[in-house]
Design a binder for this molecule. Structure first.
Ligand code: UD1
Length: 418
C-alpha cells in the first residue's frame, strides 16, 4: 500500500518540467510491433503504465531495453500473438497491440479488457474498424480473436471519436493493401504524434489532428528514432496546482496549444496565464477564483483527463460551478472523497454542481483512479492541515516522480509505503 501524506497550505512557486506524454508513448511502443527492426523512443516517462506496455512487448517476444528516458524496442522475433488476462487487467491500453499485430501477422488474440473504474469502455469501435479492413472477429470465453487472410483499405466512420479505436485502426491500416479513410477520427495531439512516428517509419498517413485520417498502405517499414510529445495532462495538473494553492508555477517542455482548453478555463477563473514557445506560467491573483462551467469533450474540447483536477479547483471558487462529464459515464468517483475534505458537490447523472467553499480540510481519502488521485492531491495541497491520500499506485501509473516535482515547488508531501 502506498500513501501520500500531504500538509497543505503552501503556495507552490517555481518551475517544473513536464515529462513525455504517457498517452503518446503507449501507442508508439505498441506500434514498434509493426516491423522486425529496432526503434528507439525518446523522452519516455518512467511510469507504471509504460512498464506494463514494455512487459506486454517482452511477453510477445520483443526485446526491450531502457536507458534513461530512451527505450529501444526490437520486435524482430515475436513468439506469441496473445495478451492474457493478467496484462490486460494491469492496463487497458494493452489492447493497443490489436492493430499492429493484426497488421503484421494477420492474427491477434487478447483477453477482453472489460469495464474499468471510470466507465464500461466497450471495444466495439476498435473491432468495427478492424472488421472493415477485412478481419474476422470472434469473442469467446473472455477473449477477442481477430484474424485476417488479407487486409484491404476501407472507409470507416467512427460513431464516437475514440482515441484507442483511431490508433488501432491507423496501425492496422499501415500495412493493409490500398487506402483506408477514418472519418470522425479522434483529433488528440497523441494521434498526431503516432502519425508522425509511423510516417517516419515509412507509413503514408495524412490528416491526423483533423477528423479525417487517410492511410495509404505500404509494404515495408524502417527503424526510427522518435521523441514523444510532452504530457499535456501532467502539465495541466501542475498548472492547476499553482492555481489551487494561490501560487505561481511555470511548466516547461510543453506545447501550449495542447493546453488551450485548460488555459481558457483557468483564465476564465481569473488566473494569470502566460504562454511562451515551450512553457506556460499560471499565477494566482489576489482574489478567490471565479466559478466556472466545464463540459468535457473529445479534443479540442475540454479533456476528460483534466476534469477531476479542475473540479478540485472549482471546490474553492467563489460561486457555483457546473461540470458536465460527457466522455466517460462513471468519472465522478473523486466527488465523495472531495466531500470528505469539506467540498460542497451535488451530482445529478453526468452533471456535478459545485458550490465553492472558502477552505478544504485534510482528511483520509482514497484515489480510485489515476486522475481522481491527481485531484485529491491537489485538494490536499490547498487544504488546511494534513491529508492522507491512499491508492497512490493509481497515481504512479501516470505521473512521473509526482512528489519530487511538488516538493521542488515548495509542497510538503511524503510517500509512505507499507
Ligand atoms: C484514451 C486515453 C484516456 C482518455 C481517453 C479520452 C490513452 C491510453 N488513454 O482512452 O486517458 O481519458 O482517451 O480522452 O490514450 N468508446 C466506445 N467504443 C469503443 C471505444 C470507445 O463506445 O470501441 C467510448 C468510450 O466508452 C468512451 C469514449 O468512447 O466513452 C472515449 O473513449 P476513448 O477515446 O476510446 O478512450 P481510450 O482510447 O480508452
Amino acid at each position: 500500500m502506498v500513501r501520500f501524506f500531504i500538509t497543505g497550505g503552501n503556495p507552490l512557486r517555481g518551475t517544473v518540467r513536464a515529462s513525455g506524454s504517457k498517452n503518446a508513448t503507449l501507442p508508439i511502443l505498441a506500434a514498434c510491433l509493426l516491423q522486425g527492426a529496432p526503434n528507439v523512443i525518446q523522452q519516455v516517462p518512467a511510469l507504471k503504465d509504460v512498464t506494463t506496455m514494455c512487459d506486454v512487448l517482452e511477453y510477445l517476444g520483443a526485446r526491450v531495453n531502457r536507458e534513461g528516458d530512451s527505450i529501444r524496442v526490437d520486435a524482430t522475433h515475436i513468439q506469441s500473438l496473445e495478451v492474457g488476462e493478467d496484462l490486460m487487467r494491469r492496463m487497458r491500453a494493452s489492447n493497443l497491440v490489436l492493430g499492429p499485430l493484426l497488421g503484421r501477422f494477420r492474427r491477434v488474440r487478447i483477453s477482453h479488457p472489460g469495464g474499468c473504474n471510470i466507465g464500461s469502455r466497450p471495444m466495439n469501435l476498435h473491432l468495427k474498424g478492424l472488421k472493415a479492413l477485412g478481419a474476422r472477429i470472434e469473442e469467446k470465453f473472455g477473449y477477442i480473436t481477430v484474424e485476417a487472410g488479407k487486409l484491404e483499405g476501407a472507409e470507416i466512420h467512427l460513431d464516437v471519436p475514440s482515441v484507442g479505436a483511431t490508433e488501432n485502426i491507423m496501425m492496422a491500416a499501415v500495412l493493409a493493401r490500398g487506402t483506408t479513410i477514418i472519418r470522425n477520427a479522434a483529433k488528440e495531439p497523441e494521434i498526431v504524434d503516432l502519425q508522425n512516428f509511423l510516417n517516419r517509419m515509412g507509413a503514408r498517413i495524412k490528416g491526423a489532428g483533423t477528423d479525417v485520417i487517410r492511410i495509404e498502405g505500404v509494404k515495408h517499414l524502417n527503424s526510427v528514432e522518435h521523441a514523444v510529445i510532452p504530457d499535456r495532462i501532467e502539465a495541466g495538473t501542475y498548472l492547476v496546482a499553482a492555481a489551487i494553492t494561490g501560487g505561481d508555477v511555470t511548466v516547461t517542455n510543453v506545447i501550449p496549444e495542447h493546453l488551450e482548453p485548460v488555459l481558457a478555463k483557468l483564465k476564465e477563473m481569473g488566473f494569470l496565464v502566460e504562454t511562451g514557445d515551450e512553457h506556460v506560467r499560471v499565477a494566482a491573483q489576489d482574489r478567490r477564483p471565479r466559478a466556472v462551467d466545464i463540459k468535457t469533450l473529445p479534443h479540442p474540447g475540454f479533456p476528460t483527463d483534466m476534469q477531476p483536477q479542475m473540479m478540485a479547483l472549482a471546490c474553492l471558487a467563489e460561486g457555483t460551478s457546473v461540470i458536465t462529464e460527457t466522455v466517460f459515464e462513471n468519472r465522478f468517483k473523486h466527488v465523495s472523497e472531495l466531500r470528505r475534505m469539506g467540498a460542497d458537490i451535488k451530482v445529478e447523472g453526468q452533471i456535478a454542481i459545485i458550490k465553492g467553499v472558502e477552505r478544504l480540510t485534510g482528511a483520509p481519502v482514497m484515489a480510485t483512479d489515476l486522475r481522481a488521485g491527481a485531484a485529491l492531491v491537489l485538494a490536499a495541497l490547498a487544504a488546511e492541515n494534513g491529508t492522507v491520500v491512499e491508492g497512490v499506485e493509481h497515481i504512479d501509473r501516470g505521473y512521473e516522480k509526482m512528489e519530487q516535482k511538488y516538493t521542488a515547488l515548495g509542497a510538503r508531501i511524503m510517500r509512505i509505503s507499507t
